[in-house]
Design a protein around this ligand. Sequence first.
Ligand SMILES: Nc1nc2c(ncn2[C@@H]2O[C@H](COP(=O)(O)OP(=O)(O)OP(=O)(O)O)[C@@H](O)[C@H]2O)c(=O)[nH]1
Length: 329
Amino acid sequence: MDIAEQLVNGILDTLPLQIAVIDETSSIIYVNQAWRAFGLFYGLELNTDWFGIAYLDICRANEDTNLPLLINGIENVLSGKSGHFSMDYLCHTPTKQPTWLTLNLQPMQTTLADNKLFLLSLTNITHHKQVEDRISALTHTDPLTGLANRRRLEQFMRDEWSRAIRHQSSLSVMMIDADHFKQLNDSMGHAAGDECLRKLAGILKRYSNRPGDMAARYGGEEFVLILGQTTQQEAIKIAERIRQKVMELDIRFAGHRLMTISIGIASLGMHQSTSHKEQHARNQSLNFSEDGDLLIEQADKALYVAKKQGRNRVEVYDKHHRLTVPLTF
Ligand SMILES: Nc1nc2c(ncn2[C@@H]2O[C@H](COP(=O)(O)OP(=O)(O)OP(=O)(O)O)[C@@H](O)[C@H]2O)c(=O)[nH]1
């Protein structure tokens, strides 16, 4: 080995990047030290003979990499259909925390062999993904209460709405607003007001545990609870329990007034007289479209009614309210 060769080998083995060179049949003809080291996590020896092993076979044998997108991407580069392939994927080694890798594959500029050669590299991007996840969590979380913020809620609502339509399942939305909160702030101070909002959020969190549920801060002292696969009747029971729990906090302000909440409910598939299927057919024919915001608007109207009718109560959006209460927005 001459000095230049030793130097190149030294560089390749020092790089933290996992590097392999493969031919047109995906057979491995070279791996660097980082590649060998990663093999350790799969129980492979450092001196495993990688030469001649087909990389595509490795990919197909592992459920993390047996992905049509990844396999096709590699095949397209090897067959010359595309000049480059790159993809991020999550890798679960048996002994290590889940690791995010970026796979890069491209033809090499070399005259070393008769065969075409390809440079394959795997870069560990777990740290970047974790930072991305943290940023994403921050942009979707209300800092005061830790609940989802309005942006996250709207996204979730659209998903749950279309899921409910697709599966013909029920879906309920609650709009929750603290009563006389201005007065509470004025008498207890803004910091104490914040603490009350956190306590209220804590209660809402306890009632939104299932995957189709979400508690969110809609703004100010207003919260929304989305309850997947929950009928109007079930939602009313839950709302009543939440209302009771808030009273049990026994937060008093302005001398004697108990902190309470008002709740408006709107549900998809709300009429008991018709079958589930009929309800959904009607919901769709009413041109509710894909817009789950409608349910939030209806819950808000029901909340308005609850406020009008004296607060500390649960009201449901239905025809009755539309007929009897003049709503002005
Ligand atoms: N402490 C605190 N107060 C807030 C926050 N966001 C909004 N508020 C207060 O909540 C109060 C809401 O007042 P209003 O909209 O008049 O409603 P209300 O006094 O609760 O009256 P009703 O809803 O009709 O029962 C305002 O005084 C806001 O300043 C917050 O993050 N922290």
